[in-house]
Design a protein around this ligand. Structure first.
Ligand code: PLP
Length: 388
């Protein structure tokens, strides 16, 4: 399919294999290995003279390849590689590229922070963490030599927005790659590669999967940039299972419908909560009075399904509020059909010191919501009863 079609069309049609039985979409090829008519034919694939299926852990499997074509298309990338989780994708990327150093901007997912802080540093790879308000420190670090600048935008849980174009322009002056974790925004709302980033990473466990029932990940970018990651994925054994790849293909077909609805519902909930007397602050990029609203409007097409509030009450009372909520489920994660609620201090940022929480602006009065597919009125009514 031509890349010129719109995102909804890409989501439905890109990469799909139509087999001889007439299947309208890619079948599951669950084979771990693929047979050849001769040794010569096998060697042609093994030695790279011909493309073909070979061994599923290598990614040389039709269902996985079909998924990768779709993943690339939806992020406007030349190519994509699928993984068994978002962390697998990030780990393979950092192991392939991080040598001189990595800069992580803003708040990132806890697993990312742990990987960078514990694992990469234990390999003697310098890792620098900068908050959004410390961006003036980026250029001096780039001058020292940095392989990758990594960030999420919007961030978790305070939905801070980073200027993808500006950070990419600065980083490219020093030949540094820029990787954006687009999990929160999704390609429906934001296209980092079109804004200058080199690599996009997804926890496909979230919106791309969309139903809280698969764990998967992906990297999208040019063939040249992703090529060095392939041997790491292969030898770390991080391959997505064909059955999961098939579920992810199915989920992406409805990505635009789901995310647009989640954008709309999140906006309705954010607007309602912003007027509630018990709510001190609503963190949602779509609100006019949100500090990053102008930048969000410039680089995003929708504001996503994630929002965070801060209450006028202490941690204990905030826990009571969360425990009274009925329709939202108390769980980490995001992007599924069912709305979820968490307190960052009990999940994503659990275990951080008081000083570190303060530095990141995270309080015990914060509550994060992942908006699902329910009716906005029902979600609002649920929160209102929990406030009583
Ligand atoms: N990136 C973000 C923004 C996440 O929220 C997560 C998980 O919550 C990850 C990456 C890691 O993804 P996974 O759990 O699929 O390994």
């Amino acid at each position: 399919m031509e890349m010129k079609s719109g995102l909804s069309t890409q989501c439905v049609h890109s990469g799909e294999i139509h087999d001889s039985e007439g299947s309208p979409h890619t079948p599951i090829y669950n084979s771990t290995t693929f047979a050849f008519p001769s040794t010569k034919a096998l060697l042609d694939v093994v030695e790279g003279r011909k493309q073909g299926n070979l061994y599923t852990r290598y990614g040389l499997n039709p269902t996985i390849k079909s998924l990768e074509v779709k993943l690339a298309a939806i992020e406007h990338a030349e190519s994509a590689i699928a993984f068994c989780s978002g962390m697998a994708a990030e780990a393979a990327l950092f192991l392939a590229y991080a040598r001189k150093g990595v800069v992580c901007l803003g708040d990132a997912y806890g697993g990312t922070l742990e990987f960078l802080e514990s694992h990469l540093r234990s390999l003697n790879i310098p890792v620098h963490f900068l908050l959004g308000r410390e961006l003036e420190k980026l250029t001096p670090l780039l001058k020292q030599g940095i392989d990758i600048v990594f960030f999420e935008t919007p961030t978790n849980p305070v939905l801070e927005i980073f200027d993808i174009k500006e950070i990419s322009d600065i980083s490219h002056r020093y030949n540094t790659l820029v990787c954006v974790d687009n999990t929160f925004a999704t390609p429906v709302n934001q296209n980092p590669l079109l804004l200058g980033a080199d690599i996009v990473v997804h926890s496909a466990t979230k919106y791309l999967g969309g139903h809280s029932d698969i764990t998967a990940g992906a990297l999208m970018g040019s063939k040249k940039i992703l090529e060095p990651v392939l041997p790491w994925r292969k030898n770390l054994g991080q391959m997505i299972a064909p059955e999961v790849a098939s579920l992810l293909l199915r989920s992406i077909r409805s990505l635009v419908l789901r995310v647009k609805q989640q954008n709309e519902t999140a906006m309705a909930v954010a607007l309602k909560l912003s007027k509630h007397p018990k709510v001190k602050k609503v963190y949602y990029p779509g609100l006019e009075n949100f500090p990053y609203n102008t930048l969000a409007k410039e680089q995003m097409k929708g504001f996503g399904g994630m929002l965070t509030i801060e209450l006028h009450q202490d941690t204990k009372k905030t826990v009571e509020f969360v425990d009274k909520i009925k329709l939202f489920k108390i769980a980490p994660s995001l992007g599924g059909a069912e709305s979820l609620v968490t307190q960052p201090v009990t999940t994503t940022h659990h275990g951080l010191t008081v000083a570190e929480l303060e530095r990141r602006g995270i309080t015990g009065s914060m509550v994060r919501f992942s908006i699902g597919f329910e009716d906005a009125e029902d979600l609002i009514a649920d929160l209102e009863q929990a406030f009583l």
